[in-house]
Design a protein around this ligand. Structure first.
Ligand code: PMP
Length: 381
């Protein structure tokens, strides 16, 4: 067993040492001035990262918590909700809606496909839904959807747009206000370079006006909004995680969001070029938009689960498996957040070695060089 561990999954992601150090400070009380300053700054930074003037509500939960909050706050029993699904996280939206006794109107694509705004517009014209649930970066397939166009289609048809940006916020452009996205949910453990445990949701005025009657308590948006307006959390916040997130957001904003988006494009390119150089086939699109996670088909005769176990247990390298029907067939390399090209190089080198150990017929000794070259190419403005 290798002693050194490498985490190359699309969440949780590596956490910068400054963030870890900030979280190891002695505990402070959440209703005193020490925390209040951090809370206020963290909430302001979140708005900057979201590119919104809307309130961004902060919860102690995983990202699924604020996904659930969107359904609980926007819907009423029996409502029809349009769910655009092309992977595991679109399916999660559908499962949440069903568990609240609402009707799911699925606009379903094959896993790996990208949804089309035109399809959404015609579906909504044919069958009305008050709320449309979208996935920005479908982490299970590596596809990043055009949520700008999808949101516009929802709006034109009078629906509230809700976007799952759990793996995209801070990695790829998401202009909450400019694109008119009503609700954006996200989580701390991906491009926001923080540990898991915090979930976020921004709420537009139209979404506040559209609240439904489903039961909710902890996730009642109004309760958290009132508390956040006076920087006095509704419940005991995850103090250390908020302190860490504040530092992480500071790092992200200091470097600049646009620079972060560009770096993610180049990381995606580097990963794809390296994979192709090895002779492997991509599952995720070979496009700059696929800047969050690269999904790769396992070579013929090799189970991707077996590959991942070897990588983890012999080499200390953790990648992500395929989900659902893609289990055993693909593996995924995350490149979001605190990530640079040498992480890509390490991941590629490890995949190359492990595949060789499994007897796969791959091209050796070229992937890392191709990745480094691809990373150097500038991104057109
Ligand atoms: N949506 C997407 C796109 C995700 O990638 C994830 C996490 N992998 C989730 C939702 C769920 O987030 P969590 O595990 O934090 O509940």
């Amino acid at each position: 067993m290798s002693e050194k561990r490498y985490l190359f999954t699309p969440g949780p992601t590596p956490v910068p040492p400054q963030v870890l150090a900030a979280m190891s400070q002695p505990m402070v009380h959440h209703r005193g001035p020490d925390f209040r300053i951090v809370y206020e700054r963290c909430l302001a930074r979140l708005k900057e990262v979201y590119r919104t003037d809307n309130e961004v509500l902060l919860y102690a939960s995983s990202g699924t918590g604020t996904m659930e909050s969107a359904v609980a706050n926007l819907c009423s029993p029996g409502d029809r909700v349009c769910v655009v699904t092309a992977g595991a996280f679109g399916e999660r939206w559908a499962a949440i809606v069903e568990s609240y006794g609402c009707e799911v109107d699925r606009l379903a694509y094959e896993w790996g496909e990208a949804p089309f705004a035109e399809d959404l517009a015609s579906r909504l014209a044919e069958r009305e839904s008050g709320v449309v649930l979208l996935t920005h970066s479908e982490t299970s397939t590596g596809v990043v959807a055009d949520v700008r166009a999808l949101t516009a289609a929802a709006k034109e048809n009078g629906a509230i747009s809700v976007v799952d940006a759990v793996s995209s916020l801070g990695a790829v452009p998401l202009e909450t206000d400019e694109w008119g996205v009503d609700v954006v949910v996200s989580g701390s453990q991906k491009a926001l370079m923080s540990p898991p445990g915090l979930a976020l949701v921004s709420v537009s005025q139209a979404a506040w006006d559209a609240q439904g009657t489903l039961p909710r308590f902890y996730f009642d948006w109004e309760r958290t909004r009132k508390a956040q307006q006076i920087f006095d959390a509704a419940f005991t916040p995850a103090v250390s995680l908020v302190i860490g997130l504040d530092v992480a957001l500071g790092l992200l904003l200091e470097g600049g969001l646009d620079a972060a988006f560009e770096r993610h494009v180049r990381l995606g390119r580097a990963c794809r070029e390296g994979i192709k150089a090895m002779g492997l086939e991509l599952f995720s699109p070979d496009e700059d938009s696929a800047a969050v996670v690269t999904a790769v088909r396992a070579p013929d005769g090799i189970d991707s689960g077996e590959l991942l176990l070897l990588l983890r247990d012999r080499h200390g390298v953790t990648l992500a498996p395929g989900q659902g029907a893609l289990k055993g067939k693909i593996f995924r390399i995350g490149h979001i957040g605190y990530f640079d090209v040498f992480d890509i190089a390490t991941a590629l080198a490890a995949v190359e070695l492990a595949l060789t150990e499994l007897g796969a017929d791959i091209e050796r000794g070229v992937a890392v060089t191709r990745a480094l070259e691809a990373f150097e190419q500038p991104v057109a403005a």
